[in-house]
Design a protein around this ligand. Structure first.
Ligand SMILES: Nc1ncnc2c1ncn2[C@@H]1O[C@H](COP(=O)(O)OP(=O)(O)O)[C@@H](O)[C@H]1O
Ligand SMILES: [Mg+2]
Length: 157
């Protein structure tokens, strides 16, 4: 587990961009935390870090449920907040995206076991006060451990 304090939005974007450098197609990253904690902001930083031009808007997929981008790999950004049935995930086509080598970011990903079981990294964000956030990065499985190891190397001076 890697726990960090993020003083402002720029710090969150920078951490997400560093993480993006070590992600590979097929990785599922789950994001948790209350409204306004920074799940969408973190994903925006990661999407840009994966090579999507920063003039591309990266907004919450709360209503569209899934946004897709093309960086150095395909990218999916989903939000399960409004989903009620596991079957709806199937309809989103996330399996196909992953088979096509996409990196997937899922807000509220713990809600459904199928996607939670495929998640290699949990990003738990918490509001400390004002712009300060606490983030906990928790790896799952061998792939998650490799991501954390590579990220630590990138973050160390
Ligand atoms: N350190 C920070 N990290 C992320 N967002 C921050 C931070 N400080 C302030 N913010 C603001 O908090 C809000 C986070 O919103 P958003 O990313 O949509 O959260 P969520 O998707 O978790 O609901 C944004 O308005 C963002 O500008
Ligand atoms: Mg959001």
């Amino acid at each position: 587990m890697l726990e960090l304090r993020l003083d402002d939005e720029a710090a969150t974007l920078a951490l997400a961009a560093a993480l993006a450098e070590v992600l590979e197609g097929g990785d599922v990253v789950g994001l948790e935390g209350g409204l306004g904690a920074g799940k969408t902001t973190f994903t925006r930083g990661a999407v840009y870090g994966l090579g999507v031009p920063e003039e591309t808007a990266v907004t919450s997929p709360t209503f569209a449920l899934l946004h897709q981008y093309q960086g150095r790999v395909p990218i999916g950004h989903a939000d399960f907040y409004r989903l009620n049935e596991e079957i709806e995930i199937e309809e989103l086509g996330l399996d196909e995206l992953l088979e096509n080598g996409a990196v997937l970011f899922v807000e509220w990903g713990r809600k459904f076991t199928e996607m939670a079981d495929r998640t290699v990294l949990w990003v738990d964000l918490e509001i400390v006060s004002g712009d300060a956030r606490r983030v906990r990065l928790t790896p799952r499985g061998v792939r998650g451990d490799a991501i954390i190891t590579a990220l630590r190397q990138r973050l160390s001076p």
